[in-house]
Each structure stands twice: as structure tokens, then as C-alpha cells.
Design a protein. Structure first.
Length: 276
């Protein structure tokens, strides 16, 4: 079955933005008086690190089927509900080291793979050399694993660890919980053949240290990651990945939680396997 036969979604992403956090009503700063200065660059640094610091120059992808009635509403300006609605299709048949694998050989399978790989590549495990290499072996196409490993070894440095509040060896300071989580909001295919697919994943991310003495409290960011995937030995694998900021919603007036509440939430709430 050709991927071109699957449902085609189009719709533009764009814009940038920054999030803000309302401080606790006690009058003090988040996490014991420390406010994060210049932290807007930390997630950007992670996202750059996150994968394609290394690879070929950015590839421009045109949205498919611009005026196609199957991918846009009658006025041609808004996507139909079907472009973002969940399909209900079972996403995977198996896992490898806790990472979902065995995605379907179609556009929905490619989107499911991209969403789950975004979660994995945005996790705290990427700050450990051993765990990072295991992740890359699972989600990257074999011909590119060495390139990814080399580039990320140069990117995940002691200096990077210090910039996000970790010790130089990547461990969290005593009494703190390191948080690095990515949550996909939606996906879309921008290019596809039977063996290749380019998928954009719109994400929200958490990054920082939950701890009373943290100078890097957990903050939220919004970004879109683009993965070029290939069908390799019965599964979708990443060939290249890039990332950009946004789209970001208008910040709400949520009150920032305490360090204890944030650490407890991270430790108690598990993640999901994502499907298109």
C-alpha cells in the first residue's frame, strides 16, 4: 500500500512565543527565591542539541495538496477536524527498552513514530551517555547512528549540564528532581512516499530542576520538531531531525506549584504511548 493513499493533512505552523509563569501568592519567587534569568535559551539549546546539530542543512518542505478539498475546509483557510482528530488506530505492537516500536507502514504509523520519538529524544535519559546511545540505536536509522552519537556527545557537555542546573556529570543536585519531558500536541505529514515520510510534531516541553534550592525551576516551552523518517527493517526510523520554536499559546494565569508538588508529580505520573 502506498503512503500516498492515506489521509492527507495540511495546515501551516508558524510564529514564535515565550511562556511565563505566575508566581506563588506567598510573594516569594518560585522554588525558594530563585528566578530563572536567561532561561529562555536553555530549552532552545536542548532542542538544538536534541538532534540535528549535525546533519544536513534544513530542508524546505511544501505542504501537500494546498487547494485539495480533502485537506482543507470550504474556504481553504482552516483544517478540517479530521486533520487533528485522533484516529484510534493501535499505535505499536512492541517496545524496545521502553521505547515504542513496530509502527504501521502507513502515514498514521509514521506520525505515531514521530510523536513517540519526540518524547524519547526530549527525555531526561538523553543527559546520560549510556542511555542516550541506547535511545539512538532504537530510533535512528542505522546509517546515521554514528553521526548522531558523535554530534550529541559534543553537545551534551558539562557546560550544558550546568546550564540546566545539573552537576557536571549530568546528575541532579542532592534534594532536586531533574525534569525534562516532551508532550506531543499533534502531528502532520508534509511529504510521503512508500518508504519515506516527513512529519512535523507540535510539542509542549518541561525543563528544569524541582527543588527548594533550585535556581532553574521547571518551566514550559512550545516547539515544533520535524523528522524525516525512512522505513527500515520493518519500522520507521529517523534520518534527520530539526526543531523550531512555537506555535505558543497566550500564557494563562496559572499559579506556579511548589517544588515538592512538581517533584511529586514528575515521579508519580507516567508518560503515554502516542498514536495518530
Amino acid at each position: 500500500m502506498s503512503l500516498g493513499d492515506e489521509h492527507e493533512a495540511s495546515g501551516g505552523y508558524g510564529g514564535t512565543g515565550q511562556t511565563r509563569t505566575r508566581l506563588p501568592d506567598s510573594g516569594g519567587d518560585v522554588y525558594g527565591g530563585a528566578r530563572r534569568g536567561g532561561r529562555s535559551s536553555s530549552r532552545s539549546l536542548i532542542t538544538v542539541v536534541g538532534v540535528v546539530v549535525l546533519l544536513i542543512a534544513a530542508i524546505a518542505f511544501a505542504n501537500r495538496g494546498g487547494g485539495d478539498s480533502s485537506s482543507s475546509s470550504g474556504n481553504g483557510s482552516k483544517p478540517k477536524a479530521a486533520s487533528t482528530a485522533a484516529s484510534g488506530t493501535k499505535p505499536v505492537r512492541s517496545t524496545a527498552g521502553g521505547i515504542p516500536t513496530g509502527f504501521a507502514h502507513d502515514q498514521q504509523g509514521a506520525q505515531s513514530a514521530a510523536a513517540n520519538y519526540a518524547v524519547t529524544l526530549g527525555s531526561a535519559d538523553m543527559f546520560s551517555k549510556t542511555r542516550r546511545d541506547a535511545i539512538l540505536q532504537t530510533v535512528i536509522t542505522p546509517s546515521q547512528v554514528a553521526n548522531f552519537e558523535s554530534a550529541l556527545d559534543k553537545a551534551y557537555t558539562p557546560e550544558l549540564n550546568k546550564s540546566v542546573g545539573l552537576n557536571e556529570d549530568g546528575s541532579a543536585p542532592s534534594g532536586s528532581t531533574f525534569v525534562s519531558r516532551t508532550s506531543p500536541i499533534g502531528t502532520k505529514v508534509t511529504e510521503a512516499t512508500d518508504s519515506r515520510a516527513t512529519v512535523e510534531v507540535w510539542c509542549s516541553g518541561l525543563l528544569g530542576l524541582a527543588g527548594e534550592n533550585s535556581t532553574n525551576p521547571v518551566t514550559n516551552s512550545w516547539f515544533t520538531t520535524t523528522m524525516r523518517l525512512e522505513w527500515n527493517h520493518g519500522d520507521w526510523k529517523i534520518v534527520t531531525q530539526s526543531q523550531k520554536d512555537g506555535p505558543a499559546p497566550v500564557p494563562g494565569d496559572d499559579k506556579a506549584s511548589s517544588a515538592d508538588a512538581m517533584a511529586k508529580a514528575v515521579e508519580e505520573y507516567g508518560g503515554f504511548t502516542y498514536a495518530r
